[in-house]
Design a binder for this molecule. Structure first.
Ligand SMILES: *[C@@H]1O[C@H](CO)[C@@H](O)[C@H](O)[C@H]1NC(C)=O
Ligand SMILES: *[C@@H]1O[C@H](CO)[C@@H](O)[C@H](O)[C@H]1NC(C)=O
Length: 163
C-alpha cells in the first residue's frame, strides 16, 4: 500500500511537474531584522488569487529566495541578511528533480518557521489591481542548517571559516 502510494504520488508529481514548468516563484524577500545566531528574519510577500492561496506560498517561496535569489536589504543596520548572496551555486533548473522533491515532500519545512505565528497586519494584505492578493509576513529561516544541507548535497559553495 505504501509502495503503491509513493508510486502514485511520484506519478502525480511527474504529471504536475510537466504541467507546471511555467510556474514562477513570484515573491519579494526583504531582510526583516536581526535573527538569533544562525537564523535570518525575512519578510516575504507572495501573490495569489485568494488570501489563502497567497499564504500557502510563504514558506516555500522564502526558502526558494534564500537558496536561489538572496534577500534584499531592509536598509536597517545590523540586520544579518542584508545583501546576502543566494546559498546555492546551482540553479533550480540544473537540479530540478532534486529540488522539486525537496519542495513537494515538505523537506524544506525543516528550515523555515513563522515569526509571530504568521501574523499578517492589515497593511500587509493588499488586493492588487488585477484582482489578486499580495500578502506579507515575517519568517524565520534556519540559515546555518539550510546551508549545511545544501553543502552536503553539493549545491552550495563551501564557505571559508569565519562566515
Ligand atoms: C545535480 O546536477 C548536476 C549537473 O546536472 C548532476 O551532475 C548532479 O548529479 C545533480 N545532483 C543531484 C543530487 O541530482
Ligand atoms: C558548488 O560548490 C561545491 C563546493 O565548493 C562544489 O563542489 C561544486 O562543484 C559547486 N558546483 C557548481 C555548479 O559550481
Amino acid at each position: 500500500m505504501k509502495r503503491y502510494l509513493s508510486v502514485l504520488v511520484l506519478g502525480l508529481f511527474l504529471a504536475l511537474g510537466c504541467g507546471l514548468k511555467a510556474i514562477s516563484y513570484s515573491y519579494e524577500a526583504v531582510c526583516a531584522g536581526v535573527g538569533t545566531p544562525g537564523n535570518y528574519l525575512v519578510k516575504i510577500s507572495t501573490y495569489g488569487k485568494s488570501l489563502g492561496k497567497a499564504k500557502e506560498k510563504f514558506r516555500s517561496h522564502a526558502v526558494h529566495a534564500i537558496l536561489f535569489k538572496g534577500v534584499s536589504g531592509s536598509g536597517a543596520t545590523g540586520t544579518t541578511c542584508n545583501g546576502k548572496k543566494p546559498v546555492c551555486n546551482v540553479s533550480y533548473e540544473e537540479n530540478r528533480t532534486w529540488f522539486d522533491n525537496f519542495f513537494a515532500s515538505g523537506d524544506y519545512l525543516k528550515y523555515v518557521s513563522y515569526n509571530n505565528g504568521g501574523y499578517i497586519s492589515s497593511d500587509d494584505r493588499i488586493k492588487t489591481a488585477d484582482g489578486n492578493y499580495k500578502v506579507s509576513t515575517v519568517l524565520v529561516i534556519s540559515l546555518d542548517a539550510l546551508r549545511k544541507r545544501m553543502e552536503k548535497e553539493g549545491f552550495a559553495r563551501t564557505l571559508s571559516k569565519g562566515f
